[in-house]
Ligand binder design. Structure first.
Ligand code: FE
Length: 293
């Protein structure tokens, strides 16, 4: 879901005003915020999008009353654990992942990957800078091995016994749950899934989002396309095809993996994704300080 995003961003920056792009679709608030700051988006005025998409899942432009980018689907950053070795109550908050009781258990991808930057940026908003840095230090102390690979690699590492706790975006789990491969089925038998922080502020949720490209020559059509992405038909596709949750209310979907993962729903955090994007600068400094690669 994210391998091409860095390429898209560098291409837009290189092409400048000769870019043929009208719409930019990116995953993760960390990337969307960075692209906004780098001047890659045009401000958008769309009452339809503002009415359809919850305010915390879209970002304001610098100009008054306009928007910079919009979230069209959500993904949760959840905890997976080895059902043979770990009690779910020991890993049902993000805070606990940094506590000594989970020493030697944790597998993670790089700390500076956008998915982790955003999770850590969310923590910064919820618990403040001092506790966040101490927590990150705790995560480093609890690692079973040095950070490497993507989210799916972390799930596989839990299933193989290399570690016993990991963090992953929800759609990677949904993909494995929908896989027909015997190996993937066995893997999902071994791991448990928890949506952290249900008793407090809710699970960290990120977005796949979109914006109008800075040098679009078809701005009206670009806005219409974004409005289409917030229509019930397109929203249903995000759920059934992309294994992510719709952002608009009342969309019906029939994705068995999403239903198995979250049942009738879960509590998600409500902090603005734009703040999550912005905090990444402070978080990156903390990662350097605690040696989280
Ligand atoms: Fe992804």
């Amino acid at each position: 879901m994210d391998a091409d995003d860095a390429g898209i961003l560098s291409r837009l920056a290189t092409e400048g005003s000769s870019s043929p792009a009208d719409v930019v679709l990116l995953v993760d608030a960390a990337r969307l915020w960075k692209a906004q700051v780098d001047g890659l988006f045009l401000p958008v005025k769309s009452p339809a999008l503002e009415a359809a998409i919850p305010a915390h899942l879209r970002a304001k432009a610098e100009t008054d009353g306009t928007s910079a980018w919009f979230g069209f689907s959500t993904r949760a950053r959840v905890v997976v654990y080895d059902k043979l070795k770990v009690k779910p109550e020991d890993v049902d908050t993000y805070e606990e992942l940094g506590e000594p009781k989970n020493k030697g258990r944790l597998c993670t991808r790089s700390g500076s990957h956008p998915y982790n930057l955003s999770l850590f940026s969310s923590m910064l908003e919820h618990i403040g800078p001092e506790k966040t840095q101490a927590w990150l230090k705790g995560l480093v102390a609890n690692m079973a091995r040095a950070p490497k690979g993507g989210d799916t690699d972390q799930i596989r590492a839990v299933a193989s016994g290399e570690c016993s706790v990991a963090i992953t975006n929800s759609y990677y789990l949904a993909r494995l749950m929908r896989s027909n491969k015997p190996d993937d089925k066995a893997l999902m038998e071994r791991v448990g899934v928890v949506f952290p922080n249900q008793a407090t502020w809710g699970t960290h949720v990120n977005i796949a989002g979109g914006a109008v490209a800075r040098h679009s020559k078809n701005k009206d059509a670009a806005v219409k396309f974004l409005e289409y992405l917030a229509s019930p038909q397109a929203q249903q596709y995000f759920a059934d095809g992309n294994n992510e949750w719709p952002v608009i209310k009342g969309v019906t979907f029939d994705n068995p993996a999403l239903k198995a993962l979250a049942g009738t729903g879960f509590k998600s955090e409500l902090i603005p994704t734009s703040v999550v994007g912005m905090n990444q600068v402070k978080v990156q400094q903390m990662l350097d300080r605690v040696g989280f690669r």
